[in-house]
Ligand binder design. Structure first.
Ligand code: PMP
Length: 433
């Protein structure tokens, strides 16, 4: 009857009836979530789950400072970015201040897809070219240009064969299970440089390259040492633009580094960010050098109604304040290192654990059936995730083989909570799934 709360499965059935099928949900029978707090989610039945996958809720669910900033600003004014209000200038300065000095000019959008799309269009506008280089097994978004450079077969099985002609891909620089493994992984850089040189020699030098600076989509795999410096150097030698997709790995999550590109010792020309910077509010940003931003004019028009709106800007600043005041990058470093140790210890006891990737609170635990052949343990990974849900832990697979646990909890997660996760995972690995 009207006015009565619906049963959890009603919501799921109604969701499936009214939303496009492609808009998937986690789990075949997901809990219906009603509220969140720090690294926890609470179902309508009152059950508490430890949220180990939510890099969007970067500073923790329902953070009071984020809530207060949004509430206060919503009561004052929220409007499009053409109006003259203080928060957009303050926030743009704050974002630019987290980056190297030359990256001084900010565009505000509303998502990672938009940020990647805009970054690609900036590269095309700056160079007057249309060819782009992208890394395979990557995801950059669903919009026309960001989808074009996304080749993860987990999301789209025909991804590689359906790329437009202007997209040229380089090998996924994964030193664990890619084409070049272990010490051979140093060959990925020269291989990518060769493709860039060949494109230039053929009279189609690329407008730029887009890739994650730390391979988030593969489960938090560090790129080989020197990879980005070799590739960025080649792109720039031919007049192209180096784009860093920091949507997943940037903003303190790696612990040791605020930005993924710092791990590689490079500075990109264009940085795309989203997700964590808004802690759930749709905020995306592209930060670049003034002369690159100015070239956008050749592409025509840029206006994002809600990109950098007063509410988005104050939320973005609250997120930066919380990261600073609560020492969340340091928490990612310390708690993440502890968790990585615990996961590596599990790896010494269970053959199914192939390796543990990652840094800080971006970790990937890769399951294999055989440590020599690296046959991916895809079905096992799905079953382990389902079993973890029963034990109160939200966890999902990632990667082209869906055999890597993507471990990227809110940055405020405590040592006790990561111990709970490691204990439950141990229980599943010992008792079966
Ligand atoms: N880039 C990367 C690396 C991502 O992981 C994602 C989202 N998974 C995006 C871009 C797109 O972001 P959004 O979903 O906010 O459009």
């Amino acid at each position: 009857p009207a006015g009565e709360p619906s049963a959890p499965d009603d919501v799921l059935a109604r969701r499936e009836a009214v939303l496009a099928e492609v808009q998937e949900h986690y789990y075949s029978v997901p809990p219906q979530i009603e509220r969140g707090w720090r690294e926890y989610l609470v179902g309508v039945d009152g059950r508490v789950y430890l949220d180990m996958v939510n890099n969007v809720a970067s500073v923790g669910h329902a953070h009071p400072r984020v809530v207060e900033a949004a509430y206060r600003q919503l009561r004052l004014v929220n409007t499009n970015s053409r109006f003259n209000y203080r928060a957009i200038a303050d926030y743009a300065e704050r974002i630019a201040a987290t980056l190297p000095d030359e990256l001084d000019t900010v565009f505000f959008v509303n998502s990672g897809s938009e940020a990647a799309d805009l970054a690609i269009r900036l590269a095309m506008a700056t160079t007057g070219r249309t060819d782009m280089v992208a890394m395979r097994e990557a995801y950059h978004g669903w919009t026309f240009a960001s989808d074009a450079v996304s080749t993860s077969v987990a999301d789209n099985p025909s991804a590689l064969s359906t790329r437009p002609e202007w997209v040229h891909t380089v090998a996924a620089a994964n030193s664990y299970r890619g084409e070049l493994r272990g010490a051979d992984a140093s060959g990925y850089g020269p291989q990518a440089v060769q493709l860039i040189d060949e494109l230039a020699a053929a009279g189609t030098p690329p407008a730029g390259i887009i890739c994650e600076t730390y391979f988030g989509n593969a489960g938090g795999v560090a790129l080989p040492d020197g990879y980005l410096s070799q590739v960025y150097e080649a792109i720039r030698r031919h007049g192209g633009i180096a784009i860093a997709d920091e949507v997943q790995v940037g903003f303190g999550r790696l612990g040791e580094w605020f930005w993924g590109f710092q791990q590689q010792g490079v500075v990109p020309d264009v940085v795309a960010v989203a997700k964590s910077i808004g802690a759930g509010q749709p905020i995306g940003a592209v930060i670049t050098r003034r002369e690159i931003a100015d070239r956008y004019r050749t592409q025509g028009y840029f206006f994002s109604s809600t990109g950098g709106s007063p509410v988005s800007a104050v939320i973005g600043m609250a997120v930066l304040d919380v990261i600073r005041d609560e020492g969340l990058q340091e928490n990612a470093r310390v708690v993440g290192a502890h968790l990585k140790n615990r996961l590596e210890a599990l790896g010494r006891e269970h053959d199914i654990v192939g390796t543990v990737h990652g840094s800080g609170l971006y970790l990937g635990l890769e399951f294999v059936r055989d440590r020599e052949t690296l046959e991916p343990a895809t079905e096992e990974t799905a079953a382990i995730c389902d079993r973890l849900l029963e034990l109160g832990v939200i966890m999902q697979p990632t990667g082209d083989h869906q055999n890597v646990l993507k471990i990227k909890p809110p940055l405020c997660i405590t040592r006790e909570s990561v111990d709970y996760f490691a204990d439950q995972l141990s229980r599943v690995l010992v008792t079966g799934w």
